[in-house]
Design a protein around this ligand. Structure first.
Ligand code: PLP
Length: 479
């Protein structure tokens, strides 16, 4: 493909994307294909000679689209939103065009510097303490982009592990590191995302999964009791992961209680706010972060709820040297003469190579402005409240979470099997897509406001589908 053809195909692709977005509602929200469907449609071997672009694009529509779950669809209410917007797509497009791999300052100075600045912007918008911002006087903190919240949690845990082992080595220089490692224990709530368990598994450390209270919030007393018990067994607490906005039901751990206990115990407190953290750009939600001053690290995903395409997971640390100490390896071919004065993000995470992800977030923040982004978050929350009112007004249903943001958890009053069947019927219809979760051992249905420009009519439509299928199921039950 030469430049002239790229110009043409690029314009056609923009048209295709716009057409896709504008007519998305006419498609089934989820595909009705079976595993292996694509094998039947695509040749076993790669083509020997290059093919015509028209043929490739025609296969996109006839072979790929039938197997796509449309996350931007107005009827998509599953998981959490997958951030998307035209400015963000343009940012990714430009990043792809530039094609730089900004692993160090020298490898592409603008990649590094824009990332640091945009993370300072977003950190201020969220209201993180100054210690997390790189520009504040005497700060050792700063922000970085990772590919996922799972990666943010993992690198935090690895940093905490390295820090604790270093501390213990000073106290017990002749004890083998493997022995020290075997004593380390981390903590999180049962409601924490499974990525905490995965991080502990990768890091080969113990993890104690604690019971939250009746509001699904991890409380200070539960943590302090667990720490005390573990110390009595000779274990060494090193890491606490608190969640603000849990995956099942957007509940909030009590950071104000957990924070001082984690600090007193000498642990690294990480705060995972993958979804809800984006809402902290609105002043009315900042109270949920009380206790953040005790945190060593914090993450949120603009690629969930800030109109930014995957991947864009932002993370801040109070002490970047404590993070990088766990990650630094420094071969000659990666060194440069400005490494003392500049940030090298290769030391802040696992991969070496990094895309120019800051561009899309920069575009998004500049194009919408803080006010535009706040309006977007508030509109999703308003629509969730409106859905909640519909559920509450129908006595056959119950709301199962404290609806603070864009997620409503609900169920038909009745058994788990009834709710499982209801959700299966709705999802099979392709009219709406939602996923379940378990709250206090009960099967519930999660309804998340996801679409970028979700409207009242989408909420009304969704409720109509839910009540239609419920009426059908409940009348069948009574027969
Ligand atoms: N943490 C929380 C609270 C989440 O809700 C999720 C995903 O929904 C994750 C972590 C994992 O996110 P990622 O897919 O970016 O690893």
């Amino acid at each position: 493909m030469d430049s002239a053809e790229f110009r043409q195909r690029g314009r056609e692709m923009v048209d295709y994307i716009v057409e896709y977005m504008e007519t998305l509602g006419e498609r089934r929200v989820t595909p009705s294909v079976q595993p292996g469907y694509l094998r039947e449609m695509i040749p076993k071997n790669a083509p020997h000679e290059g093919e015509k672009w028209e043929e490739i694009m025609s296969d996109v529509e006839s072979k790929i689209m039938p197997g796509v779950a449309h996350w931007q669809h107005p009827r998509f209410h599953a998981y959490f939103p997958s951030g998307n917007s035209f400015p963000s797509i343009l940012g990714d497009m430009l990043s792809d065009g530039i094609g730089a791999i900004g692993f160090s300052w020298a490898a592409s100075p603008a990649c590094t510097e824009l990332e640091t600045i945009v993370l300072d912007w977003l950190g201020q918008m969220i209201g993180l303490p100054d210690a997390f911002l790189s520009f504040s006087e005497g700060s050792k903190g700063g922000g970085v982009m990772q590919s996922s919240a799972s990666e943010c949690v993992l690198v935090s845990l690895l940093a905490a592990r390295a820090q604790k082992i270093k501390e213990l080595k000073t106290l017990h220089p002749f004890v083998d590191e493997g022995v020290l490692l075997s004593k380390l224990v981390a903590y999180c709530s049962k409601e924490a995302h499974s990525c905490v368990e995965k991080a502990a598994m990768i890091a080969f450390t113990k993890l104690r999964i604690l019971d939250p209270d009746e509001n699904l919030s991890l409380r200070g007393t539960t943590l302090s009791q667990a720490i005390e018990e573990d110390r009595a067994l000779g274990l060494i607490p090193f890491f606490v992961s608190a969640t603000l906005g849990t995956t099942s039901c957007v509940s909030f751990d009590n950071l104000a209680e957990i924070g001082p206990i984690a600090q007193e115990a000498g642990t690294w407190l990480h705060v995972d706010a993958a979804y809800a953290g984006n809402a902290f750009i609105c002043p009315e939600f900042k109270y949920l972060m009380d206790g953040i001053e005790f945190a060593m690290s914090f993450n949120t995903n603009p690629n969930k709820w800030l109109l930014t395409n995957f991947d864009c997971s932002t993370m801040w640390v109070r002490d970047r040297f404590k993070l990088t100490q766990a990650m630094v390896v420094d071969p000659l071919y990666l060194q440069h003469s400005n490494s003392e004065k500049a940030i090298d993000y290769r030391h802040w995470g696992i991969p070496l190579s990094r895309r120019f992800r800051a561009l899309k977030l920069w575009f998004v923040i500049r194009k919408y402005g803080v006010t535009g982004l706040q309006n977007y978050i508030r509109e999703h929350c308003r629509l969730a409240k409106s859905f909640e009112s519909l559920v509450r007004a129908d006595e056959r249903f119950e709301v199962c979470n404290n609806v603070k943001m864009g997620l409503v958890c609900f169920r038909v009053k009745g058994g788990n099997e009834l709710n499982r069947q209801l959700l299966a019927n709705i999802n099979a219809s392709g009219k709406l897509h939602m996923v379940p979760a378990s709250i206090h051992g009960r099967y519930i249905i999660r309804f998340c406001v996801c679409a970028q420009d979700a409207k009242d009519s989408d909420i009304e439509y969704a409720w109509q589908v839910i009540t239609d299928y419920s009426t059908e199921l409940l009348s069948g039950e009574m027969v």
